[in-house]
Every structure is written in C-alpha cells, then in structure tokens.
Design a protein around this ligand. Structure first.
Ligand SMILES: *Cc1c(COP(=O)(O)O)cnc(C)c1O
Length: 496
C-alpha cells in the first residue's frame, strides 16, 4: 500500500515494484556457455526491445517481501479457522512432501502414457478409494472445485435423462442449500424448486411429495445439511425420487461428518461431489487450486467426463477418451493433479480407522462447542449436531452490536471468524466448524473469547462495533474487494 504505514512498523512499506535499485540482484548465474543470440532472431517482432521494468532487489529484500505478505494473511497454518461449511482442515505437511516428489511435480501433462504410469496409478487408486469411501461405482477427478463438481454432476444427470428421451427441467433444492447449488442448476438450464425443511431443521418427506412430477430431474441434498444436522429421512426421499425416475444429487461438501460411518451411496445418493480442499486436507481458497471429484452410481458411468483412467489386463494404466456418451471434457488435461497427490497421501496416511477417527473427533469437537457456547449464546438447533453448529447473537439485540461486529472482533483475538449470515434460515447465524485437529485448549480459548465478546457487547459496545482494532487493515469493502479487485500494480494509487 503506497504511502500507508503498516501497523507495528514505523516506516512506510513499499510495494515490490517500488523496491530495489538498478543493478542490484540476488542471484548469480554461471558464465554463458551457449551462443549469445539476438532475441529478435528467436522471437522476431515479439522480442522485447526494452527491459521489463522488474524490481531489482537483493535476496533478503525479495525473501522478506514474500514472508511479510504471507504474515498478513489469516491462515490455517497460523490460527484456528472455524469457517463453517468450508471444513478448513489442517493441511498435513506430509501431503506437501508427496506433491513435491519430482516424479509427480515435474510431470508434463503431454508426456506419453507409458512414461506417466505412476501418476495414472495414483489417479486410479484415488478414484477407487473415493468410490469406496462413499459407496459409489465410479469417480471423475476432473472438476476443479466443489461448484465445478456440482456442474459436472448435473450435466451427467441431464445426459442420463436425455439418453432416455426425457428432458425434465426442475431440481428440488432445500432453502438451506449452499448458493452454488442454485448456480449449478442455472448453468445447466435447470430451474430450482426451493423447499423448506421441517421445524427440526431436517427434510420432511411430506413437504417433498407434493413437489414431485415428471418435470423433476433431481433433488440436491447436502448431508449433513448446512445447519449441521444429519438428514435422517434421506433414504425415504431418495426412494420417492427414484420411483418417479428422478435422481438424487448429494452435495458432498460436508463429507467430513460421515467418513467411515455412513456411505452416501448406501443412503440413496446417485451422484455427489467431493471437495478435496475440505474433507481431504488439500489447501483451500487462496492456498491452492481446489479439486471437486464427482462420484456416480453405475447407471451414470457412461456419461462421465472423458478421459477416464483405466487399467488393462496387462496392468497398464491408460486414458480412455473413447466414451461416446460422455458429457465431454470439463478441465484442461486431467484436473488439478497436485491436489490428487495430496488427497491420496492423506487417505493412505489415515487409513480406514484414521478417517473414521477424524469424523468422530470432528463431531465431538462441534458438540463440545455447542455445549459450552450454549451457556452464553443461542444455539439454533439445540440437539446433537454433526460436525458443525449454528449459534446466533439474539441475546445482543439491545446492544446494537451486529453479527458482523462479533466476527470482526474475533479477528482481534487471533481467531478467524466463523461463517456469518449463512445459512439464511437462521437469522444472524454464525456457522462454526471446528474440525478434528483442534485441541481442547484451542476450543476452550475460542469459547472464552466469544464469552468475553458477549460481555464486552453489553459493557462497551462501541469497542465491538469498531472492530477489528489490531489487524493490518481495518474493515474493508468486501463486495468491492471481491467484485473489483485491484490486481495490477498502479503507482501511487491508494488501494485501501
Ligand atoms: C463449499 C461448499 C460448496 C462449493 O464448493 P467449492 O469448492 O467452494 O466450489 C458447495 N456446497 C457446500 C455445502 C459447501 O460448503
């Protein structure tokens, strides 16, 4: 931020483009041992005629710049990150070791098949593992995010119906659903029919029955749902849909509550996405590209995106592009391969018992928070929850303190805020997901902090309303930051 002092530092921190001095550098190159050709001979008119204007800096300047930037981020490596629905799991460092093995990291996506047998085997085994975990038949690893997986899954559902000469246009979606569900339908030319859950927060089959007709392609169900409750009527609802020839899409973002305990395929789900960056510990958000594999039951296998990874009788792995009913390719090459290596490493490192243990601990941690937080805050559905819990701040109504203020105040205490104002069915919701890796000490510190903020809201509300006080930047215009990000260096333009 040009001209802006950073908190804790007394000098104005220049941007990287404002650093350095011509001729300064941090590397030493060996003497040239090939002919020094004129770039225009190689690149013609595309050759650069003047220097690129890159900052000329020493190694310490470059290193400090990037480390400083990394420290300005809240991350799972530095803090508790209870962002509900997002499953911000710790990313085990052994995953990074595996992903950096040169045999994986230095592969070229166009390398001939016989030279990438190890990579194909990993993809093949990851597919088998994911299919086993959820009780489904095949998995595509192509989609690059959960939302992309939803898109892929709905494309397959559409193709399935079209192959039978039908083109139903409606998808039933509970009002608690993640916004991406509606967006994925819309991208597929399908319209959504929203429906309410019962008063206890879970789907009531009697509310679904009147909505069923020949124009319904599928229902999309998140289980556990976004209020953290297990959809116990899912098999009943699935049967109702199947009896009408419709399918059941499972939004698998909350799979962290089911690993080793329940298989969506057994509950009636026909298609579902995984969010490897949630359940399977690959980096999330700015930390790395995502990955949203999609599992399907046998009936949808013909429609999987091409290519799929197959193994022939000789044990040779190959890419199968010859899939006539395929919905096509959804991603350049094969998807985000580095994420597949990380997720596979995690699955092997944990083993079946380990994955089940992760789920058990994630659910236990959420219920511990529910029990402790319920003493001060209002728990929206106060019965045993799955891996996340919703509280709201209705006891602060007369203080003038808003949910967003509480979220911002948490940042001052070194915690990432929970998801706020989602799901929409709970007014002023705070959706808290602790995940399995947090210690009791961390959970207690988080509850103590929320209790302190609650007290502060009554005693000095302005302190909470003015938060955050200790972060590098204060309140930002989040909409503008998302919609109009300043991604290019502009000299002397204040960016905050
Ligand atoms: C995160 C999430 C999604 C979307 O996944 P992305 O990987 O963020 O695209 C969909 N549904 C639910 C319930 C989610 O939590």
């Amino acid at each position: 931020m040009p001209g802006q002092a950073t908190s804790g530092l007394s000098f104005v921190e220049p941007l990287i483009f404002e650093r350095g001095t011509p001729g300064r550098h941090g590397g030493s190159l060996a003497a040239l041992d090939v002919p020094d050709v004129d770039p225009s001979a190689l690149y013609g008119s595309a050759a650069r005629t003047e220097a690129a204007g890159l900052p000329e800096v020493s190694e310490p300047e470059a290193f400090r710049h990037y480390v400083r930037l990394s420290q300005q981020n809240m991350s799972i490596d530095t803090a508790f990150y209870p962002l509900g629905s997002c499953t911000m799991k710790y990313n085990p460092k052994v995953n990074e070791w595996a992903a950096r093995l040169p045999g994986f990291a230095r592969l070229h996506p166009l390398a001939p098949e016989h030279t990438i047998q190890g990579a194909l085997e990993l993809m093949y085994r990851l597919e088998k593992s994911l299919a086993e975990i959820v009780g489904m038949d095949r998995v595509t690893l192509q989609p690059a995010a959960g939302a992309h997986g939803e898109l892929a899954g709905l494309m397959m559902i559409r193709a399935y119906h079209e192959a039978q000469g039908r083109s139903p246009k409606k998808v039933l979606v509970p009002v608690t659903a993640h916004g991406t569900n509606a967006a994925s339908c819309s991208f597929n030319g399908l319209s959504i029919v929203p429906f309410d859950a019962g008063d206890d927060g879970v789907i009531d089959p009697s509310k679904v029955a009147p909505l069923l007709n020949d124009d319904v392609a599928a229902v999309m169900i998140t289980n556990p749902n976004t209020v953290g409750l297990f959809e116990r009527e899912l098999p009943v609802v699935a049967k109702m849909l199947h009896d009408k020839g419709a399918l059941v899409y499972g939004d698998g973002a909350n799979l962290n509550a089911l690993l080793g305990r329940a298989r969506p395929g057994d509950l009636g789900i026909d298609v579902m996405q995984f969010n490897l960056h949630k359940t399977f510990t690959t980096p999330h958000g700015g930390g790395g590209p995502g990955s949203g594999p999609v599992a399907v039951k046998k009936a949808l296998e013909p429609f999987l995106p091409a290519p799929t990874v197959e193994k022939n009788a000789q044990g040779h792995y190959y890419l199968d592009y010859d899939r006539k009913l395929s919905v096509g390719r959804l991603r350049s090459f094969f998807g985000n391969f580095g994420m597949m290596v990380r997720a596979y490493t995690y699955i092997r490192e944990m083993g079946p018992e380990g994955l089940k243990g992760a789920t058990d601990m994630a659910v236990l941690n959420a219920n511990y928070l529910r029990a402790r937080l319920g003493k001060t805050w209002h728990v929206a559905y106060d019965h045993v929850c799955m891996h996340e819990v919703i509280i709201n701040d209705r006891h602060l109504k007369d203080t003038g303190v808003a949910t967003m203020d509480v979220a911002k105040r948490l940042l001052d205490h070194g915690f990432h805020a929970p998801t706020v104002y989602f799901p929409l069915v709970v007014k002023n919701a705070m959706l808290i997901e602790p995940t399995e890796t947090e210690t009791k000490e961390t959970l207690d510190a988080f509850v103590d902090t929320l209790e302190a903020i609650s007290k502060e809201a009554f005693e000095s509300p302005d302190k909470v309303k003015g938060a955050p006080h200790h972060t590098r930047l204060r309140r930002l215009d989040e909409t503008r930051a998302a919609r109009k990000p300043v991604l290019r260096y502009q000299a002397n333009t204040p960016t905050a």
